[in-house]
Design a binder for this molecule. Structure first.
Ligand SMILES: Cc1cc2nc3c(=O)[nH]c(=O)nc-3n(C[C@H](O)[C@H](O)[C@H](O)COP(=O)(O)O)c2cc1C
Length: 252
């Protein structure tokens, strides 16, 4: 058996959840980074366990992640699904992820929904996954590992969500380069969508940009910025639905 972490995590919250879950297995995991444009996909077999995690964008799997997940060949490998969201809601994300993985030929044995800091409105769910989340997610992972070891997860897991999935519209909040940009090219090199010109970071293909906030989070000069009025409007819009701490969930 080999353990894989297959993860799409533009700003690191989803990766944190994936690492907490994977620690429960007593072996080193191979990290497959779905944000990479030059992605090398693993050859999987029935004995393998894959923790496959994505963030929720507008209650759906991010389109770019869905496209890359669609290229995986499960060959009967066991998938532990993880959807990570910013304390609003994840709606159809787990169901869409499960449908994608079933189509790839995975056995979807278990699923987790977890909360991490909101990657656009950073003051929502700030610091999550925190210590309480770590304890809960570790307990989920233990339950899943023991069930797998005891052969107790025969059927594909049932997860919440509806078909047809929620309609998505491209996000209106796309980061733009600001005055402090020194054209170092770090954002272009790390953009999951290849939306920023490596020669000129002021040139952005807004059609390709998925508003994942990778460029905002990695720029050492904080030179990629969001329109402040739109950000304030989103912050106000999310205040009520995000006011209460949402719980992590485990589905077996
Ligand atoms: C474009 C976009 C859409 C998002 N939509 C939602 C959402 O519908 N519900 C929610 O709770 N969080 C939402 N979030 C927050 C992310 O799901 C959350 O912060 C996640 O942890 C980000 O993952 P990452 O840190 O691995 O990039 C959204 C974030 C982005 C960038």
């Amino acid at each position: 058996m080999k353990l894989y972490e297959i993860c799409f995590s533009p700003t690191g919250g989803t990766a944190k959840v994936s690492h907490i879950l994977s620690k429960e297995w007593d072996c080193a995991a191979e990290w497959i980074d779905l944000t990479k444009q030059d992605l090398e996909l693993p050859r999987l077999c029935e004995d393998d366990v894959c923790i496959i995690s994505v963030p929720s964008y507008a209650g759906r799997v991010p389109s770019l992640a869905a496209e890359r997940i669609g290229r995986l060949k499960g060959n009967g490998a066991i998938a532990v699904l993880a959807v990570v969201y910013g304390n609003r809601a994840y709606e159809d994300t787990l169901l869409e992820l499960k449908d994608l993985l079933m189509k790839d030929g995975f056995h979807c044995a278990a699923a987790v929904a977890a909360v991490a800091e909101h990657s656009i409105v950073r003051e929502i769910a700030v610091g999550r996954p925190d210590e309480q989340d770590q304890v809960e997610l570790t307990a989920f992972a233990r339950k899943i590992r023991l069930a797998l070891e005891n052969g107790g997860l025969g059927d594909d897991v049932t997860v919440p969500g509806n078909r047809p999935y929620r309609e998505t519209r491209p996000s209106a909040l796309k980061p733009v380069p600001g005055e402090s940009c020194v054209r170092c090219g770090l954002c272009a090199k790390n953009c999951p969508a290849g939306a920023i010109s490596p020669k000129n970071p002021f040139e952005v293909c807004f059609e390709s940009c998925i508003a994942c906030m990778r460029c905002v989070s990695i720029c050492p000069r904080h030179a990629r910025v969001l329109d402040s009025e739109k950000l304030a409007a989103l912050t106000a819009h999310l205040a009520a639905p995000c006011a209460v701490r949402k719980e992590n969930e485990c589905f077996l």
